[in-house]
Write a protein of this length. Sequence first.
Length: 324
Amino acid sequence: MRWYKCELHTHTKHSDARHGLEELVDKAWNMLNLDALAITDHNTITASKEVNICEEKYPLTFIPGIELTTFYGHIVVLGLEQYIEWRDLHRLNLEERVKEINKCGGVVGIAHPCRVGDPISTGSYFTYHIDDYNVFDYIEVWTRTASVKDIENKANMALWTELLNKGYRITGVYGRDWHGGGSEVDENIYTLVNSPTSDKASILEGIKQGNVQCSSGPVVNIQVLKAGKWEDLFFGDEIVSKPLTFKLSWDLETIKGAEKYKKVKLYVNIESNKGSLARIEKSDSEEPFNIDYIEGLKWIRLDVHTIENNQHKMLGFTNPIYFN
């Protein structure tokens, strides 16, 4: 198992982007060093006809996709090569359509749910009526930028946390929503999927299982002490709710440029449905820490921070570890 750098939300000139497919792929490989790239044009899959040419030039995993762009929200579908009808969607029938896509093997996510909608960007704000969010595999928590001060990302994080607190096990991801603007590659931000290989099926399964973290630099791993031995935990795992001992480790090699954090103060906030449980400093990361039994504890998540110019800056977040 290893972390693969993925981008799950991109566009080409086949919809509304400035760049063509090959230009997008060249940037994905040479500038962002991606392992997997999803092509998710608005309401069309015509760019998929050009993917074979790019596959011969670039050793990337290409994931077919489409962004269903409607008046009530944007929905990204990954893994299916067929066109998906969107023109008959209205506020009350999306859930049934997503169930149909699930049956066909599609992986379905909510794109930028809290982006400004009408009259700035019609349909960008998610307003569909959903009874059961379990139909969705993932939700974009970070989009475009990693700044925790970004009002949109802050609202996305609050929505995701609310869904987790209600018991929905929906994976949080990053989506660049890449249209070809120069600033879109200024930050090395990734959805990182922990998977045995980088093939399409493994990446999509990792997303569905929640074995994912998002980062603009440091990558964090976690182990749990069982019967006197340290065992790797994977994000998305479920463990028994009882007093437990954990240990963190840091990976500053996976993401290019992360080595600058070797001499920078890093810390992890252990977040949960019961609020913040602990703060673990990087210098203490090899030291075990305990989480006592807490009645009603459903999940914990690791939010990675640093201090920059005397201000706290969020660098990444993991998906939850769940408690039964």
